[in-house]
Design a protein around this ligand. Structure first.
Ligand SMILES: Nc1ncnc2c1ncn2[C@@H]1O[C@H](COP(=O)(O)OP(=O)(O)O)[C@@H](O)[C@H]1O
Ligand SMILES: [Mg+2]
Length: 269
């Protein structure tokens, strides 16, 4: 059975969909079979980030309602052949989700894929509880801003209270991604450092992702930075993927003292 990893946050717009697309691609590039599932009903954009919006015929609600087969709704990525995408419905309201149907869908995906990555709505929105209910692992994303960190803290509490694992006396593995870090601002003391954020949230860190203009460029082209060897955020997502697979990988230095952990320097060797 595959592992279910829900990518979530307290606040909207902190980079969940971008992270889902990149981490899913980077894991699949290593040969694992990965499903990237858009659970942000009504607000879907994972399709655009993956460049698959024109290939959508069916969505997950139609699968859950029995109007098509799962295999009909799954879209194979254009380049990464072990990556599949399951679209969210854009038109139906979020209350269309039923717990037992969601469970059935996720179980079918787990039977077929090594990793099921769920792009969740932010913690304040409906649909969020369905996205975290069946998670084995939650990757919680925040930016280094007080409001986002505070909302992430709330979401950690909800995961601990409302996931199925919690209801069964267990615990969802929770790991933190800090996104859109600007090392030069940290150096000047104008931005919270990863230590500051970790002190508040007190969960295990899995990724530090720098602010990177190439994210927007890639998204506009329906590509992901994880495939660009020259992108610093791409490198950050590739490292997260390796950590998901259980490898111990060094974190890039974001203190602003040494540049981006020698990554940029390494490109010019
Ligand atoms: N590391 C990054 N550097 C620069 N821009 C980013 C980064 N991560 C995300 N973004 C941008 O932030 C916006 C919100 O990202 P998105 O992944 O859609 O967030 P969410 O799914 O949490 O709403 C998008 O315009 C995206 O391109
Ligand atoms: Mg999103």
């Amino acid at each position: 059975m595959g592992e279910v990893i829900t990518i979530t946050s307290g606040k909207g717009g902190v980079g969940k969909s971008t992270a889902t697309a990149n981490i899913a691609t980077a894991i699949a590039e290593g040969g694992k079979k990965v499903a990237a599932v858009d659970f942000d009903i009504g607000l879907r954009n994972l399709d655009m980030i993956l460049g698959l919006e024109n290939r959508i015929v069916y969505d997950s609600i139609e699968v859950m309602d029995g109007r098509c087969k799962l295999s009909q709704a799954l879209i194979q990525d254009k380049h990464t052949k072990t990556l599949y995408f399951l679209p969210a419905s854009q038109t139906r309201d979020k209350n269309a989700l039923k717990t037992d149907k969601v469970e059935e869908l996720i179980n079918s995906l787990k039977a077929e894929f090594d990793y099921v990555l769920i792009d969740s709505p932010a913690g304040i929105e409906s649909g969020f509880e369905h996205a975290i209910y069946l998670a084995d692992t939650a990757l919680i994303i925040t930016t280094p801003e007080v409001s986002a960190v505070r909302d992430a803290d709330r979401v950690i509490g909800i995961i601990d209270a409302k996931s199925r694992l919690a209801k069964e006396g267990g615990e969802v593995k929770k790991r933190l991604i800090i996104n859109r870090i600007k090392p030069e601002m940290i150096k000047k003391g104008q931005m919270m450092s990863s230590e500051d954020v970790l002190q508040i949230l007190a969960i295990e860190l899995i990724g530090l992702v720098p602010e990177d203009e190439l994210v927007v460029v890639a998204t506009n082209m329906g590509e992901v930075v994880a495939k660009n060897p020259k992108s610093v955020s791409g490198e950050a997502y590739r490292r997260i993927a390796r950590r998901v697979l259980g490898e111990a990988v060094e974190f890039m230095d974001m203190s602003g003292e040494k540049g981006l952990g020698g990554f940029i320097k390494g490109l010019f060797k």
